[in-house]
Design a protein around this ligand. Structure first.
Ligand SMILES: [Zn+2]
Length: 140
């Protein structure tokens, strides 16, 4: 990871720099306090290729053995270009479960598309984890 990346706008489009936004989560210096924060940090991990983080923040109940390879292949073949959080339900610092609906824009093999997903999150060992999502792919 290049140090100057810290000063760039965070890929999750929070308005903060990467160093002040998702990086502390990727580096294990802090835990995402809400389901939305975890979702944003996972999006940024997709963008930057933080594969270990994606695996680590997947709920152990659904963490298949080939997950690392799957995330790596996604990172290698898809270029993520934008994130819009549509809405959230629960997932606050006081909740144990949460849902985040988002639209993530990407380019794959020259094709522009939007990944529209309603993700479910659950705490495990006190920390937010991704469980699963209902996915709808729509053309941009
Ligand atoms: Zn961020």
């Amino acid at each position: 990871m290049k140090p100057e990346l810290d000063d760039q706008p965070c890929p999750c489009q929070s308005g903060s720099s990467y160093g002040a936004c998702c990086r502390p989560y990727h580096r294990g210096k802090a835990k995402a306090p809400t389901a939305e924060a975890l979702m944003r940090s996972r999006y940024t991990a997709y963008v930057l290729g933080e594969i270990d983080y994606l695996v680590k923040t997947t709920h152990p109940a659904v963490r298949r053995t080939d997950l690392w390879i799957q995330y790596k292949q996604t990172h290698d073949t898809i270029r993520w270009i934008g994130l819009e959080v549509v809405k959230t339900a629960q997932g606050s610092v006081r909740d144990k479960t949460g849902k985040v609906e988002f639209k993530a824009s990407y380019v794959q093999e020259g094709r522009h598309a939007v990944h529209h997903e309603l993700s479910r999150f659950r705490r495990h060992g006190g920390d937010w984890h991704y469980v699963d999502g209902v996915i709808e792919d729509v053309s941009a």
